[in-house]
Structures are given as C-alpha cells and as structure tokens.
Design a protein around this ligand. Structure first.
Ligand code: SAM
Length: 258
C-alpha cells in the first residue's frame, strides 16, 4: 500500500459493503486501489439504525408499494463518510432519475479528489435527503436495477480509468470509445489467419501513419453506422471524408461503387 495521498478518494454508503470487492480487488481497478492511487471508505447506513431490527427504511407516506430509505439514517451515515474522507467531498446519489453517466461526466469526475457515492435500495431515498445533501444524481441508463451498488461500481470504474497512472501507458483512456466522440476501431491479435479470415494487411505493414489513418477511418465509419446520434455525415470534416474514401469506407450512398 502506498503511503502517499490517493489521487481519488471514494466513500460509498451501502447496505452491501462486500459487493465493492468486485471493483477494489480485481483487474485494472483492483490495481488502482491496491497501489493507493484510489482509495475506498465504505459506510453502512445500517450502523445508524436506532431500533432493534436495524431498520434503515420505512413505508412511503401516501401509501404504495415498497419501502423508502430514511433521511436521518442516510444523513448520519453521510456525516461519518465526510469525517472519514473530508467534508469537501462531492456527494453523488445513484438514481435512475439522475443525469446519465457518459465519458464526459466520468472524465470530469476524475478531476475531483473526493467523491461520496450513495447507493440506494428498496424504492430509493427520502427526497429531503437528496435535496439537502446530494450534489448530483447519476443514472447508468434508462432501466432500473435492484440497488445502487452495481451503478456505483460502474461509475467508480469509469472514473478511475481517467485518473492519471491508473491505466498503464501502453493503453490510454483517451483511445477508448467515446473519449473523442467516436467509437473505437476494430482490433485484431494473433493468429494472422483465423478460419480463413486474414488480419487487414495495413495492420501488418509497420507503416504507423497508414495504421493511424486506417484506425481513424474505421472509427468514423463505425460511429456513422452505429451511432448516428454521435456523428452525422454533415459533421465529418473534409480530411476525414478523404480518409473514408481512401479506405473505401464511404457510406453506401456516397461510395465510388454505389
Ligand atoms: N423507485 C426508483 C425509481 O423508479 O426511480 C427505483 C429504485 S431502485 C429499485 C433501487 C436503487 O437502485 C435506487 O435508489 C438507485 O440507487 C439504484 N438504481 C436503480 N436503477 C438505477 C440506474 N439506472 N442508475 C443508477 N442507479 C440505479
């Protein structure tokens, strides 16, 4: 464990602390936490329960199904998390009603030094807790999962990748899909021939300029085809149109063979 301050200190409010082993113990993020570049403090709201059942939730006012996490319990747990990592930490609640997590948000959160994530369960949080204590609600997509732990871990992983030093220099978050507004290009590794399919010749050529051009052309093509919401033909600059033409990747209605 490193003795220096972590670049990014997380705290999580969760009823399931062990779930976070998935992000702190394995792979790229595991190394980030083991090396001390990132750190995690886990705070269980259950510890703030005052009744003998350890309750953290109660029935919703106005009736209806499900239970709601109680504001005083969440506030007390948040107070402890602030004591542990710092009162100036930004507080994010995971919620399907939040702003959608994307590469831009992940990159901007990586500039913070302290983040407290609040993972909900049941029907979610008492609104007064959100209004008084939460800086930003974050959603991982237009669907509902059973708890905020998986969304919180997704966020931690997506953010940690942008913390300098977390990815080795052989790979960079800046070359992943979305970082430049484009999807990634196709990737190949050995063998050179798989079931009769050859790796594109250019990738074996050693010509780094041509390889970079081929990769950019394929990124643009993939984004035009699959994610027209990210890139429309009108937004493709002239040099990139030339690249697409060079690699015979012009969209069907604009290609030389159409
Ligand atoms: N009743 C809530 C609603 O419809 O908005 C859903 C509650 S959900 C069953 C329980 C918890 O899971 C939420 O409080 C939140 O922390 C988390 N959660 C569920 N879906 C999520 C999503 N798409 N993004 C982020 N968090 C989510």
């Amino acid at each position: 464990m490193s003795m220096t301050e972590p670049r990014l200190q997380f705290a999580v409010l969760t009823l399931f602390p062990e779930a976070f082993d998935a992000v702190t113990r394995w792979g790229v993020t595991g190394r980030a936490f083991e090396s001390g570049l990132c750190a995690l403090h886990v705070q269980n709201p259950r510890d703030e329960a005052t009744d003998r059942h350890g309750s953290v939730d109660d029935r919703p006012y106005g009736g209806g199904p499900g239970m709601v996490m109680q504001a005083p319990i969440l506030s007390a747990a948040l107070g402890k998390a602030r004591l542990a990592i710092g009162a100036d930490a930004k507080v994010l609640a995971l919620s399907p009603q939040g702003v959608k997590l994307d590469a831009k948000l992940a990159q901007s959160l990586a500039l913070e030094s302290k983040l407290i994530l609040v993972a909900g369960r049941y029907e979610g949080f008492d609104q007064r807790f959100i209004e008084r204590e939460v800086d930003l609600e974050v959603s991982v997509g237009d669907f509902v999962v059973s708890g905020g732990e998986l969304p919180a871990m997704l966020l931690m992983d997506a953010v940690a990748r942008w913390v300098p030093g977390v990815l080795g220099h052989e790979c960079s978050a800046a070359e992943d899909s979305f970082s430049d507004g484009l999807l990634d290009c196709p990737q190949y590794t050995r063998p050179e021939v798989f079931q009769g399919d050859r790796v594109p010749d250019v990738l074996l050529s050693g010509d780094h300029g041509a390889i970079a051009d081929w990769r950019r052309a394929h990124s643009i093509k993939a984004t035009l085809d699959r994610r027209p919401d990210l890139l429309g033909w009108e937004e493709v600059a002239e040099p990139d149109r030339k690249l697409l033409e060079k690699w015979d990747l012009l969209p069907g209605d604009r290609g030389r063979h159409s």
